[in-house]
Write a protein that binds this ligand. Sequence first.
Ligand code: AMP
Length: 320
Amino acid sequence: MNVGSASDGAKAVSESHPDSFKEFDKENAERSGTNKENTKGRMRPWTIDDFEIGKPLGKGKFGKVYLAREKKSRFVVAIKCLDKVDLMKNEVMHQLKRELEIQCRLRHPNIIRLYGYFHDAAKIYIVLEYAREGDIYRHLRKMERFDDKTAATLVKQLADALDYIHKHKVLHRDIKPENILLGTEPGSNENLLLKLGDFGWSIHSPDSRRTTLCGTVDYLPPEMIDNVQYDNNVDIWCLGILTYEFLVGKPPFELKTTAETMSHIKHCKYTIPEFVDSDAADLISKILVSNAKLRPSLKDIMNHPWIVKNAQEKLNFLRT
Ligand code: AMP
């Protein structure tokens, strides 16, 4: 289905809004304990005037993400503002609607909550859980690479989030450091947790993945390059690339041209530096195989000796 005009598309988005809004009312009431009006039932949909907008948190393909606070509840969120004209030009309004509907229903400590969405004449606003420490890409660039404990803890948490979405028949298909955020446990300001974000938004536009953002195709699995049918195993491939990038500081297939990178991915041509722990190297080489069916399951990954040996209960780094 293609949406005829910006206002039609926005209407379709807003029509599915009330349930997620109700959910957020409940959440606000629980957190503030004061907003009695919220517990009485459905309220009017949000508008941007219900929020105080703070600093910009980042920039995506179709708009910006801002820190914000809902005025009534004082609840802090991140708001993604997407430009309707850009969405229409790129014919992605219907995809956005579908992905919002999916993400609204996901509940997992390692997945960014989507509280609701609304629109005005120019923009669609998506109200998201705020991840205090931002995306992991920035931290990785600053620290160059992570130690085994940090990397294994992150990989385990991401594997758990992927296991959850796969059980709900959802593929992410755009796992990369830019889409992985660091937030806190619900109800705690202290314990850091990995939070999978940008949910499925880039799913349906593989051409616009890292090509547009940073000119690379580093995370593209061989089966996507070959344009053959793919399944959950594409996310597992990306988990392998991510494990490598966490430990080495750059992805395994990083060549001068896109064509060379793609050729190396297709033939799984990469090397693991000597300094990488032999158990970690074992896990990476089991995941990064061209035959998707031979990759380990997420459960196998979570039970791999390198994860068992290194993954911690809590992430205790990155206080910036
Ligand atoms: P996106 O449009 O999802 O690609 O987001 C662009 C950038 O905004 C990300 O790389 C993050 O740095 C930041 N960002 C996105 N969502 C959040 C969030 N929920 N909390 C904090 N920062 C975010």
